[in-house]
Design a protein around this ligand. Sequence first.
Ligand SMILES: *[C@@H]1O[C@H](CO)[C@@H](O)[C@H](O)[C@H]1NC(C)=O
Ligand SMILES: *[C@@H]1O[C@H](CO)[C@@H](O)[C@H](O)[C@H]1NC(C)=O
Ligand SMILES: *[C@@H]1O[C@H](CO)[C@@H](O)[C@H](O)[C@H]1NC(C)=O
Ligand SMILES: *[C@@H]1O[C@H](CO)[C@@H](O)[C@H](O)[C@H]1NC(C)=O
Ligand SMILES: *[C@@H]1O[C@H](CO)[C@@H](O)[C@H](O)[C@H]1NC(C)=O
Length: 437
Amino acid sequence: MSPVLLLALLGVTLPLPGVQALFCQWGTIQNVWNVSDLPLQWTPKNISCDSGLGCQDTLILIESGPQVSVVLSKGCTKAKDQEPRVTEHRMGPGLSVISYTFVCRQKDFCNNLVTSAPLWAPQPPADPGSLKCPVCLSMKGCLVGKTEEICPKGTTHCYNGLLRLRGGGIFSNLRVQGCMPQPDCNLLNGTQEIGPVGMTENCNTKDVLTCHRGTTLKKQENLSKEPTEWTTFNTETCEAGQVCQETLLLVDVGLTSTLVGTKSCSAVGAQNSQKTTIHSAPPGVLVASYTHFCSSDLCNSASSSSVLLNSLPPQAAPVPGDRQCPACVQPLGTCSSGSPRMTCSRGATHCYDGYIHLSGVGLTTTMSIQGCVAQPSSSLLNHTRQIGIFSVREKGDEEPPASQPEGDGAGGLESLTWWIGLTLALALWWGAVCPSC
Ligand SMILES: *[C@@H]1O[C@H](CO)[C@@H](O)[C@H](O)[C@H]1NC(C)=O
Ligand SMILES: *[C@@H]1O[C@H](CO)[C@@H](O)[C@H](O)[C@H]1NC(C)=O
Ligand SMILES: *[C@@H]1O[C@H](CO)[C@@H](O)[C@H](O)[C@H]1NC(C)=O
Ligand SMILES: *[C@@H]1O[C@H](CO)[C@@H](O)[C@H](O)[C@H]1NC(C)=O
Ligand SMILES: *[C@@H]1O[C@H](CO)[C@@H](O)[C@H](O)[C@H]1NC(C)=O
């Protein structure tokens, strides 16, 4: 049989390799571990790739002293097949960067790396030299005043920079401090991409801002009268040009009240501004906000709602009027038709039943509100569309034009992570503070 005919027959019965859709292992890791925790193992997920695509494995280890940053990207790729390859982009002594890359199409799930072992072997302890440097590897920022560590022999300079990793589902800003055998901002030694992951470095550390990050939600009585704690446990390293922000929104309907707080890096907002706004004042529902944008490390550090409460005018004891209204505020949901009723203050002669839609870093929610107001057609926000980092829209406002999500798919992944972080935090909060709701 002629080879051509054989090929044709094969082509009919077996689709050519590379044309049939392939299943690949899929997943990402981006985190910092102790070197002593290695080798790591992981359980990948599945993905079905578009026709013609191959499967890829990319693993990057960046080591600084006792810590190692592990970046893993598995999934589909347009790249050509490539044998497994280990590359030392920068060897020690001191900081090192090493990678494993592999692209295959020969069978489903062929990108089957499930451990960091091929890239890692236990090292004998390095001989100490005479230099000392701050040593740090973190996606949350390196704080000043950290103790210095003794560098290995052969290193002569302290490195201090920021690596940005983008692509293949990876979106990470990694702060790196450690020991190097040379000056200059050249940890990557010319490497610009590893597999699908693009890499850049910046050692102009005054461009590198660290901010507090976290979302807080509270619902209880008297939040407009009694200050409450506003703490976050996370920090993050910002993008170039960003600032730190903190935003607090208070809604008090009388019988109950709610506070929504967020801290993060921010692209929005004037630098170094601080503002308290009363969007809706008694008699009736109180809506007030505090917004702060600033540009030094960890400057978004208010620790109590008093930053907002101290700027509110003193509230006179309410004089009861004639009107009764349902009173409810639900930061994450809808008010039931059976909300408790309250007697409105004199001057508040109408009932409000609506919502405020909030969307911003780490939180997108529709907050339901029922309470007393002075005017029949009252708007609580008077058509304000931005409160600090939050885009806001009240019942009755026009829908904003549908906007494209910013950035590429990686940005979407990141907001997903934040959202999961938030729901976890909420689960804890509801569980701890509100066991019976
Ligand atoms: C790393 O090791 C140090 C002490 O050796 C320990 O305090 C720390 O919790 C470890 N961190 C992780 C992420 O395991
Ligand atoms: C992944 O694919 C394998 C083999 O096709 C299958 O057995 C397994 O159930 C799949 N897992 C998921 C999470 O889809
Ligand atoms: C820098 O990269 C080149 C290959 O691109 C390699 O030969 C050299 O050893 C690397 N330098 C260091 C210090 O690791
Ligand atoms: C809220 O404040 C009112 C009046 O200031 C007070 O009577 C009430 O006990 C307070 N409620 C709580 C739970 O502290
Ligand atoms: C609502 O906003 C408009 C301008 O945007 C302003 O003129 C008006 O005074 C505001 N109303 C209240 C009740 O604050």
